[in-house]
Design a protein. Sequence first.
Length: 707
Amino acid sequence: MAEGFVKQRQNGARQMKDMGDQYFRDLISRGLLQQSTSYGSNELYFVMHDLVHDLAQYIAGETCCNFENLIESEKKERNFEKARYVSSSAQNDFRRSQFLQKPNSWRTLLLYSAPGRPYYDHSLPECLQKSRCLRVLSLPFWRTSEFPNSIEKLKHLRYLDLSWSPLQCLPNSVRSLVYLQTMILFGCNEIKELPAGIVDLVDLHHLDIRGTDSLQKMPPQMGSLKNLLMLPKFIVGQSDGLRLKELSNLKDLRGKLLIEDLHNVSDVQDACEANLFKIEGLEELTLAWTNDFQTSRDESNELQVLRQLKPHSNLKRLKIDSYGGLKFPSWICSPMECITDCPLLESLTDLLPLTLETLTISGCDNFERLPNGLHNLTSLKKLDIQRCKKFVGFLVTDFPLHLQDLTLINLEALESLPDELMMTTEDVHIWGCPRLKSFSTGELLARLEESTVENSEKSEFLREGDDSSTVTVNLERTSVSGLGKLNFPIDCMHNLGRLCYLLICNCKSLESLPERLLSTSTLKTLVIRRCDNLKSLPNGMDNCTSLHISDCPAITSIAGGGLPPNLKQLEIDCEGLKQSTLEWRLDTLTSLEKLEIHWICPPDDLLPTSLKTLSIERVGNLESISQGLLQNLASLQKLRFRNCPNLKNLPKEGLPPSLEVFEMSGCPLLEQRFLKEKGDYWPLLSNIPKINIPSIGPRWWELEFVF
């Protein structure tokens, strides 16, 4: 859109964004773009195939320039006056080159930076004054608190990205950017208000203000931005501020919308005139009031305002936050999914929608019970109740019949759960329910696939008389933490045919684990933390590939039969462990890739050659790392030393050449030897791509390494 490749049809039947989406899908279907799998997030990323990219570069010639990829000779010979589309790493020192001196013909300028590596270039404001033909300007992570007023000279700008910058304000001169279609302020957490001139940008389609937690004020007349498709947040002002009724002009909004500070609505007619029910494109809506319940709240006004804010029936998810009313209007049933921080709320309507699939109730101090009719909610699959001090439970005869996922967190009054509630439940997560004594019979164990029970001091799990000895348990993952009286059904579960992950934490009464539990062929990961009386581990965990044991002071030795032979990850952090590491037979663990060991240093020549990660921590008497410890680790990629105050020497032969990451903290004697240009170990870092030595301080940013 910014480059003019997407044209608005004369009849206006389709939005430009929709047309652009269709073009994009066409490019994917023709193989010109393809989805990338190299990014570890939920976002979708697309890239050009290498051959397509090379062809595009060839055709573009000198009109397209990535300064990062130019060699020194090209930087001197290149005629940058022909460049139209320019990109470069923000860390690249291009400001002294001729590259930045002739930006008159630029249409696109992209400066990219790694997250956490903000930058500032003093020559950039001057460059922008000369770049009057720019259509696209992308400056993420630019370290500046205010944008130069010279932005008003960029009359042709369509796209402006200032994401993740510490901006505190934008100049009012942005009103001159009359062709601007997209403004991205995502992650600008320091910005406190939007400039009044922004309401003059009548061609604006996307105003991305996600992640602007400090934003407190938006100008009046936001309703003049009638072309807006994206506006994640709408902050209602006080008497002379932004009025709620301005939303009535933003009928094309799509996706998610948060309406904040609804307590500022003094005239209920404003809520009525907002006409939320006419905004068909909204999928998720959050209605939020102030979370200050110490001052008096006009409960009647908040109810009347909420009553007028009925959204369109297309809405998929509704969240109510810090509402001060005692009840909800009847329309609230339909899209309701999440209610948070409404401490005055005592009950929900009995008319919950039959199509409800997910329900979250959090921070409602006076909320005691769920409404009647839960057995009619045949679509309810997930129920999450948190921080409700007076919540006492469910009616025995009224519970959701098809519930699959149950989460109960910090419910001080909850004492028990009906067996019937668990008939179809597959995942159960319970944390911080101190009065909960019991909740299940063997039938639950037969159905559960994942469970978490934490900080429930009175929990006994199986009530007296329960017998699950004949139950085939479907548990795949289970976590148990903070149980004062552990009667977890370990002894009576013989058929753990699917258990692959077990975490036990803060179970003070636990002294041992039965071998038949850990010998199950499917158990891959065992994590045990802060179990004060656990004395030993059983033998027979032959199929375990990941073992983590920490803060168990009663453990003085590892199992007599040695460690599980197929381990890939091993963490040992028990200060009382006295057994010699020779008896661990680490050299026999031919699949071990990650070793994290505390309080003791492994002996020379006994580490498996398969190791890729080695971490040695809190070994107070360790002074030197011998060459014998590292010499056979040809595959070692990550090496870490932490809190070894007397460590001062590394092998004179140096570090393994395969090393990619080196981390060190809490080792003051050794850290001094890594000071830039002063320490004798400084040259050891030259070939390691990623370094983390926090004590180096500001010198860290001078390194050419990225951590």
